[in-house]
Design a protein around this ligand. Structure first.
Ligand code: ATP
Ligand code: RIB
Length: 309
């Protein structure tokens, strides 16, 4: 399919936008420890924004709904989204809160620790989304994460569900979820920590991963994809149960691997691929992203994923 054909498929992302302040270091600091790190760099981030950028770069049409502060970071984000070809008609600007910021340390093993000052992201409310219902009407798939208020996620999931849209929730960062939210989801995509928080099952290997997925599906979600970092992902869905191994790469920074995975998954599903093929595509895109530093700076383009083996 050429890019114009792909752009027919419309995906709505509702979520956060942050500016990431990143330092690479030899190790992650322990409580009370000060360490000397490498060069500092600033990079656009936020789980919602990262997923929207991934969708745009992978060739689908994407509308992004978020709330930024009316400050320099907010203005920069808006310009970057426009440059990526994202529909920004429903990006709200808050006069009270500043734009979201994330402080990120990345170690030599490519692991990270992140602290987020959510700012305006916490003020993206159901009343804002009520003004954007047309965006839900036009979407085939609605993709959300948990860096915005839970009441907003629940509101969008419910209206999208009753409009027969496929709602995908990437439940990051980990939080407990209400039974009614779970009922409105088409698919949930936790990592290992998030799976344990929601299902109560600790993942220590393939058997416990399948058990966690079964519990999540019994909680009312039709399709469960558990991401397992460098081990790949488990698909537990209508079409069967299958482990998809990760692609072997030299990882330098795993920040936003989950976001690229979710964006790519939504794109592949919107193109009509089955869930197992869609997860394979998502594993490819996220493997490329971990070979690069930063969040949005690491998101690959479609042409790169299509030739990746
Ligand atoms: P993050 O919070 O770092 O953005 P996450 O915890 O949400 O990520 P992970 O399960 O760590 O999500 O990773 C998502 C996907 O990225 C995995 O399913 C895998 O396909 C890919 N991935 C992650 N780490 C690696 C790696 N080291 N090598 C290859 N692929 C990887
Ligand atoms: O998933 C990675 C993202 O988490 C970063 O871009 C940071 O902003 C935090 O939201």
């Amino acid at each position: 399919m050429d890019t114009e054909q792909l752009r027919r498929h419309n995906i709505l992302v509702v979520g956060s936008s942050n500016t990431d302040m990143v330092i690479k270091a030899g190790h992650l600091p322990r409580p009370g420890e000060t360490i000397l790190g490498g060069t500092f760099f600033m990079n656009p981030g936020g789980k919602g924004a990262n997923q929207a950028v991934a969708i745009a770069r992978l060739g689908a049409s994407v509308t992004f709904i978020c709330k930024t502060g009316s400050d320099i970071f907010g203005h920069q984000s808006q310009q970057l989204f426009e440059g990526e070809g994202i529909n920004t008609s429903y990006i709200f600007s808050d006069s009270e809160y500043p734009s979201g910021v994330a402080l990120i340390t990345v170690d030599e093993q490519a692991e990270n620790c992140i602290v987020v000052a959510s700012g305006a992201n916490v003020n993206l409310l159901p009343s804002d989304l009520a003004k954007a219902e047309e965006a839900v009407d036009l979407a085939d798939i609605v993709l959300m994460q948990l860096e915005i208020p839970m009441e907003t996620v629940e509101y969008v999931a419910e209206i999208a569900y009753y409009k027969n849209k496929k709602v995908i929730l990437n439940p990051a960062p980990a939080q407990p979820l209400s039974p009614s939210l779970l009922k409105h989801l088409y698919m949930i995509t936790p990592n290992e920590t998030e799976s344990e928080m929601i299902s109560g099952v600790k993942i220590t290997g393939q058997e416990s991963a399948v058990k966690a997925a079964r519990v999540l599906s019994e909680m009312g979600v039709q399709n469960v994809i558990i991401t397992l970092g460098s081990k790949g992902a488990l698909v537990y869905c209508d079409e069967g149960v299958e482990f998809i191994p990760a692609f072997k790469v030299e990882a330098v920074d795993t920040t936003a691997a989950g976001d690229v995975f979710n964006g790519a998954l939504a794109v592949a599903l919107s193109e009509g691929r089955n869930q197992i093929e869609a997860v394979r595509f998502a594993c490819k895109a996220s493997a490329i992203s971990v070979t690069r530093v930063g969040a949005q700076s690491s998101v690959p383009y479609r042409s790169e994923v299509d030739i990746f083996e």
